[in-house]
Unconditional design. Sequence first.
Length: 294
Amino acid sequence: MMDICILGSGVAGSTIANLLSKKHSVHVFDKARGPGGRSSNKRFKTNLSFDHGVQYISPKSKAFIKFTEKLFKKRILKTWNGNHLDFTFEKTWDRYFISGSATVMSLKGTYEGGVDSRSGQNDYGITEAYDHPESDFYNYGLLPNHRDFKANVFGGYDITDNISFGYSFRYESARYYSCQGALPTYYRTDGPTGGLPSTFYGNGFSYNFCHGNIVPRGQAFKGDELYSLDTSFNFKIDDSSFIQINMFNPFNLKGVDQYQNTGEVSAGEVWERYQQPLSYVSPRQIVLEYVKTF
Ligand SMILES: Cc1cc2nc3c(=O)[nH]c(=O)nc-3n(C[C@H](O)[C@H](O)[C@H](O)COP(=O)(O)OP(=O)(O)OC[C@H]3O[C@@H](n4cnc5c(N)ncnc54)[C@H](O)[C@@H]3O)c2cc1C
């Protein structure tokens, strides 16, 4: 048995401590006032608290699903049945299988997670959402991850004992975009809150106002419906090696993945890049793999 010291009691530190404590003596130190790191819940007033980071988890790997089952039994976790409907199907025949799902949802709110992807923030540490109340004006609406409808189908077929074919098809309906711009002077000085403290976010262009108008979150324009198809052929050479040909987007389906939703970069003027594509779906690609296991 060893004496082990772990710095940090977030998900990572706690998981390691839990595993090591079965065989060793473990001490966990955290520089914060309480345990949990970015998965902790902060008490605000006597009966009021909020999730500081993690609100929900989406386990994918078998090992993690198994781990969460224990937490369900102990009533530490419970299922979140948000506002969505999922239909799934799966069917297997001798040489063929098909599986898929369709989702209808309504994902609304003022907060998409640790970042605000509309204004290009991708670092949990720099989002202005916590510090600047003016970011919340007209902020309730369809979130960037909302799609009215999503569906996917994937399957495989064993053409012979050594050759198989697989495919995956996905469809998602359009994303609802915002138009973000400057905060009009009225909201800085008077406005619904009777003016703002001197800490407002300055001259940023990430408010739910555009060209001087109120544009509530997600109500500016819609993006593209997106389709994607990937296929693969697998040729088994022997028990320890195979060749695989992956064809991503074989029909070269086109579509804009993301549009610019900053509407102005100088107050009152339409920015020429507003509603322009930021990224496209990946074009056709063929990847040849040879895999040998030792
Ligand atoms: C706003 C927000 C929302 C999020 N929402 C989700 C979500 O819905 N679903 C999801 O799956 N994930 C979400 N995440 C991500 C998730 O919170 C993190 O990935 C996860 O909690 C990280 O765990 P960790 O153990 O790696 O790090 P942390 O939780 O950051 O733990 C690190 C710990 O180490 C301590 N520490 C650091 N330095 C020292 C030191 N020198 N000495 C002692 N202690 C130290 C810290 O105080 C902290 O407690 C969100 C994150 C944020 C910020």
